[in-house]
Ligand binder design. Structure first.
Ligand SMILES: [Zn+2]
Length: 224
């Protein structure tokens, strides 16, 4: 099995241009780009269909075709907006999906200080969440935290929509709604604080998971 994992890493290195091209595309579009790494029945590695989106790894699911196996995934994190600590690492969600879906290799592309990076992890075991309750528990934490982040974001969006509506009222009506406007802006502040807190927690879960996976020998960097 180790041989085939090294073969996967070597294949990525050989196809580096295709991987790096998606980083450029991601930077231009501001959206995640990705494809599956697929293996045909006779063992050849091929690219799955390219996809674009927010959570690429979810949409990537279907793009290998019927007679071939998804052995890995690749996606990019655009550097727009987010801080480097976020986009230069796999997210908790990335790791969760890869482990649950029994991937053998996961690769991440990003640009940092004008340099393109493609980092891949070999996943040296399958069915890890089923075999290891410690891993399973952290995956659960990540999953709950992802759900929380999603609902906080939704609440923030709704508040912003309400705020914009009132803000655009004619002056006399705006005055009458001043209290509501104030309440909304205070709520928005609290939502933002909660969001930052949850995001930090999410990253700490991700770090904890990565550390555990390395320590137990479940994963290894392709180039390490
Ligand atoms: Zn990601």
């Amino acid at each position: 099995m180790a041989d085939s994992l090294d073969y996967l890493c070597a294949w990525v290195m050989g196809e580096k241009d295709s991987f790096e091209n998606l980083i450029d595309l991601g930077e231009k579009s501001g959206k995640e780009q990705g494809f599956n790494i697929c293996q045909t029945l006779d063992g050849n590695l091929v690219f799955g269909t390219r996809c674009e989106g927010g959570e690429c790894s979810v949409a990537l699911h279907k793009s290998c075709g019927d007679s071939i196996d998804i052995v890995g995934t690749y996606h990019t994190h655009p550097s727009l907006q987010d801080d480097p600590k976020l986009y230069s690492n796999f997210s908790g969600q990335d790791l969760l999906l890869s482990l649950v879906q029994d991937r053998r290799i996961i690769c991440l592309g990003y640009e940092l200080e004008k340099q393109r990076h493609v980092n891949c992890l070999k996943i040296k075991d399958t069915k890890i969440p089923e075999k290891d309750s410690q891993v399973f528990e952290i995956l659960k934490d990540i999953s709950y935290s992802n759900t929380a982040i999603k609902s906080i974001r939704e609440r923030g969006n709704n508040l912003e929509i309400a705020w914009a509506k009132i803000k655009n009222l004619p002056d006399d009506q705006l005055k009458r709604n001043a209290d509501i406007l104030y309440t909304i802006s205070e709520s928005l502040k609290r939502v933002d604080e909660t969001y930052q807190k949850e995001l930090k927690l999410n990253i700490s879960f991700r770090d904890k998971l990565l550390e555990l996976l390395y320590k137990k020998g479940y994963i290894e960097a392709c180039n390490g």
